[in-house]
Design a protein around this ligand. Structure first.
Ligand SMILES: [Zn+2]
Length: 321
């Protein structure tokens, strides 16, 4: 679990390393101090003895702390992962699962937006503290054959990383690409980006399949997807997005996924993924051709306005840890 690794890293950076530096400094001082010959250098020996003792205490404390954290964390995360997997499976049931999913997503979205108000205000004032957003690729298949491969997704992911870091100080953490074995049902191969698509997601096989695959590919992030906070955005590579001129789709902030046409990944417009992630964080279209949220591929520089930056950062997907 991510939080466990963060705790361990925090202990290393804020406790272990400063103490080790202190020990090294003290040892140097011990070495450099003049010897008191009248007691056979007892001052130096005593000094070394103290630092040795501190070194042992630090080592034992840090090792025990890390071990306990890891054990407790592992137990908690296994329990949470299992609970989340069960919840996510329930959410994969067509109709009822879809409705619960939508309500859950709306509630978590609103609650986490409210919690993010201080960051929203700071960002509007131009102060953007580093944040992270987690993104995973998911390659669907047609008749069991994967639609593309990871290498084809990477230029889009790299470009999205550059845009969000430059525009909003949000670091995109790519958590890999998943190619589920499960055969993709026809309903989930073609996405209608209009209102019928919204209902296909809410009530149909399409949404159920996406949720099921998310639970499988994003098992480690399952609990985050239930509570919304730091939920990964899954970039689903699909066969086709309708209407014909549309190459990517996001049903906005009520979903933890976006879709992109397989064919689009090899075209000259790798900014579609960044654009769709923008929608997933509740950004709407802009009529400025320079802007990331300009609705078609003619967009030029993928800039973001001050409000878009603040609004994007206050999404449940953008987090501090
Ligand atoms: Zn759009």
């Amino acid at each position: 679990m991510r939080v466990c690794r963060e705790i361990s890293r925090w202990v290393t950076e804020n406790v272990q390393r400063p103490l080790e530096e202190w020990i090294e400094r003290t040892e140097r001082r011990c070495r450099e101090q003049p010897c008191n010959w009248w007691c056979l250098c007892c001052n130096k020996w005593f000094c070394f003895l103290v630092t040795f003792f501190v070194r042992v205490v630090v080592w034992v404390t840090v090792t025990v702390t890390k071990l306990v954290t890891e054990i407790v964390c592992t137990i908690i995360s296994i329990v949470l992962d299992v609970v989340a997997a069960i919840v996510n499976l329930i959410l994969s049931i067509p109709v009822i699962g879809g409705i619960i999913r939508a309500i859950l997503n709306w509630i978590t979205d609103i609650v986490l937006r409210i919690i993010s108000i201080p960051d929203l205000l700071l960002s509007l004032a131009g102060v953007m503290i580093p944040k992270k957003i987690y993104v995973k690729g998911v390659i669907l298949n047609a008749n069991g054959v994967p639609l593309t491969n990871e290498a084809a997704i990477m230029p889009s992911i790299t470009l999205a990383s550059q845009i969000f870091l430059r525009e909003c100080n949000v670091r995109l953490i790519y958590t890999g690409t998943c190619t589920p074995q499960l055969s993709t049902p026809t309903e989930a191969q073609t996405i209608d980006c209009g209102s019928s698509g919204f209902f296909a997601d809410l009530l149909g096989v399409q949404g159920a399949h996406f949720e099921f695959v998310s639970a499988d590919c994003g098992f480690e992030n399952g609990f985050n997807r239930v509570v919304g906070y730091a939920s990964e955005i899954m970039v689903f590579v699909v066969r086709d997005v309708q209407p014909p001129t549309t190459v990517g789709c996001s049903f906005s902030s009520t979903h933890n996924y976006v879709t992109i046409e397989a064919a689009n990944l090899t075209s000259a417009t790798p900014d579609t993924v960044a654009h769709e992630i923008g929608h997933a964080c509740a950004l709407t279209h802009s009529d400025n051709i320079q802007n990331l949220m300009f609705p078609n591929n003619a967009r030029a520089n993928n800039t973001m306005s001050a409000f878009q930056r603040a609004w994007f950062r206050s999404s449940k997907h953008c987090v501090f840890v």
